[in-house]
Design a protein around this ligand. Structure first.
Ligand code: KG4
Ligand code: ZN
Length: 346
């Protein structure tokens, strides 16, 4: 029988704990402190750390109960050791180290952003030998070439400025929507015309495509949206919020998918996995489905509840690390707010 892996996630505002055996999710629990941050218009790190401290053991108990197992059954522990907020990460890593020592079980510090891709194995089954991963979250927009999710990940490109989720959150603020703006902009965009306003596609000129074939840039687009909104307000016109949201969302999805499909073609890749909080975005999901169908690419995107931060993705990556035969992390490992994506295990 495959080992039972306990996964702990505490990189930002979600406290997540899950139990995975092989590629099967046995049980999980997630608590979020987002309600406590919303009124500040952004995550307050100290508030998030304190919430993790309060939620960690109740979430652990709830996850064990939902899986119908006890701590004594756990064979290995995985914890997100980065990227993320240092204080938040520290709470999860300290809890995981304490459990590893108390239970005498190996501990794996794993990369939370890579986990956003790893979780898809729990949903759609084993990965092929070679695939591309587009990981899009509040902090990352990266294109990865993956041969083994735990042992061989190469970053082909990334955003040079804002991440896709970050750009959505900023446009949400411009349109007067609550924090985090991403899901609100998504909802507003569904009622608008995506072709109403011709917003720019960053790093897409022929020259850019030579220098930055697989990199992204969203800050110029965000500025274009800000200028458009300002021009409406200065001219005393109502801002067509739905059309702005729809045209903006279409520009983000278009750039992400155009570059990703290009990479699949150039590298001869048949399978694309999309993950991360921003992969909950409906405009991206729709465009990915239609463009990949046209190209004959198999696209895998986890259901929305496994796109945002959760413990299952950390347990899934821990399980993949065990399968790949990687050594356990030395118990002296720290947290790394900028852990590189080619390091799946600390
Ligand atoms: O991966 P995640 O949960 O946290 C990070 O690790 O960053 O991603 C959160 C990001 C936020 O920027 C949030 O606004 C965005 O994902 N997001 C969305 C949607 N759902 C979450 N953005 C656009 N449309 C959505 N439906
Ligand atoms: Zn995340």
């Amino acid at each position: 029988m495959d080992p039972l892996v306990l996964g702990i996630e505490s990189t930002c505002d979600e406290t997540g704990v899950a139990l995975v055996r092989g590629r099967d999710l046995l049980g999980e629990s997630v608590a979020s402190s987002m309600d406590e941050h919303a009124r500040f218009g952004g995550i307050v790190p100290e508030v998030a750390s304190r919430a993790h401290l309060e939620e960690m053991l109740p979430t652990l108990d709830a996850a064990l109960a939902s899986a119908g197992v006890s701590l004594a059954d756990v064979d290995a522990i995985a914890v997100a050791s980065g990227p993320g907020l240092v204080g938040s990460l520290t709470v999860g890593v300290a809890a995981a180290k304490a459990l590893a020592v108390a239970l005498g079980r190996p501990l794996y510090g794993v990369n939370h952003v890579v986990g956003h891709i790893a979780v898809d194995e729990l949903i759609h089954g084993p990965f092929p030998d070679r695939f591309l991963a587009l990981v899009v979250s509040g902090g990352h927009s990266s294109l990865l070439m993956v041969e083994d999710i735990a042992a061989s990940v190469v970053e082909l490109g990334q955003t040079l400025d804002d991440a896709a989720g970050e750009a959505f959150d900023k446009v949400g603020r411009l349109l007067g929507l609550p924090y985090p703006g991403g899901p609100h902009v998504d909802r507003l965009a569904r009622g608008g015309n995506p072709e109403a306003i011709a917003f720019p596609r960053g790093l897409s000129t022929p020259k850019d495509l030579v220098r930055h074939p697989y990199d992204f840039s969203f800050s110029g687009l965000k500025t274009a949206v800000a200028r458009y909104v300002e021009a409406c307000e200065d001219g005393g016109r109502d801002v067509p919020r739905e059309d702005v949201a729809a045209s903006f969302a279409a520009a983000v999805a278009d750039v992400l998918m155009t570059k990703t499909i290009r990479a699949c073609r150039e590298l001869g890749i048949q399978t694309l996995v999309i993950g991360g909080g921003f992969s909950a975005n409906s405009q991206l999901r729709e465009l990915a489905a239609s463009r990949c169908a046209e190209e004959g690419i198999d696209v895998r995107i986890p259901p929305i509840r496994y796109c945002t931060d959760n413990g299952a993705m950390i347990a899934a990556l821990g399980s993949a690390a065990l399968r790949a035969g990687l050594p356990r992390s030395d118990l002296g490992f720290g947290v790394d707010s900028a852990l590189p994506l080619d390091r799946a295990v600390a």
